[in-house]
Ligand binder design. Structure first.
Ligand SMILES: C[S@@+](CC[C@H](N)C(=O)[O-])C[C@H]1O[C@@H](n2cnc3c(N)ncnc32)[C@H](O)[C@@H]1O
Length: 202
């Protein structure tokens, strides 16, 4: 895991939480006191802080020391404001495909799983963390994305994704392609899948 991400966080400084998070929380409804949410590849911590502010117990995971530092700062600010109890939030530096996750009612991962050392293992970990009725909310890259074949990036075909989702109830599977610069201003063809899926409630 290198730490090439601070420039990305800086470019997106002050951003709003990803819209996928709000849609996921519409599906889950408000958390009960013990409900865990995990953010895999939390980056600067924007979504982790929004989850904590919404009352979830939060584990935010990222491989970037800088990302974890930024996430901790956002979570500690919520604690300092008296909005969140400190034992209910954690930002942990870890590899996405080798992290122990709590049983969770929401597993979120935006634009991060394609960078896991082992996407299949990270996906299995994310799915395995879901409690019955839990929600998986992810954005990953499709095989026509410009980064397909780049070292350290795993993209998937639609058929592969559908296989990865087998056994879950798919609520949304939005596929998008567009030419748009990256956060750092580099021209790119994006091919993304945004998924909301539910582990059947038994
Ligand atoms: C494109 S950023 C997305 C950050 C945030 N989720 C967002 O939506 O802006 C990808 C994040 O995944 C993290 N990441 C990349 N590869 C990783 C790995 N193998 N293990 C853990 N985290 C990783 C990076 O540090 C970075 O914060």
């Amino acid at each position: 895991m290198d730490d090439a991400w601070p420039a990305y966080y800086d470019a997106l400084a002050g951003r709003e939480p990803r819209p996928l998070l709000a849609r996921a929380m519409t599906v889950t409804g408000p958390p009960s006191a013990d409900d865990h949410a995990v953010d895999l590849g939390c980056g600067d911590g924007t979504e982790a802080a929004a989850l904590a502010a919404a009352g979830w117990r939060v584990l935010a995971v990222d491989g970037s020391a800088d990302g974890v530092r930024r996430t901790r700062a956002l979570l500690e600010a919520l604690v300092a404001e008296g909005r969140v109890e400190p034992h209910r939030v954690e930002a942990r530096r870890a590899e996405l495909s080798a992290v122990d996750l709590p049983a969770s009612r929401l597993v979120l991962s935006c634009f991060a799983l394609p960078f896991a050392d082992d996407l299949a293992a990270a996906w299995a970990g994310a799915r395995g963390a879901l409690v019955p009725g839990g929600v998986l909310a992810v954005t990953i890259f499709g095989d026509r994305d410009d980064w397909t074949g780049e070292p350290g990036v795993t993209t998937v075909t639609r058929a592969q994704l559908e296989e990865m989702l087998d056994g879950l109830e798919v609520l949304e599977l939005d596929e998008a392609e567009e030419d748009r610069p990256t956060a750092l201003g580099v021209a790119k063809h994006w091919h993304t899948y945004e998924v909301l899926a539910l582990r059947p409630p038994r």
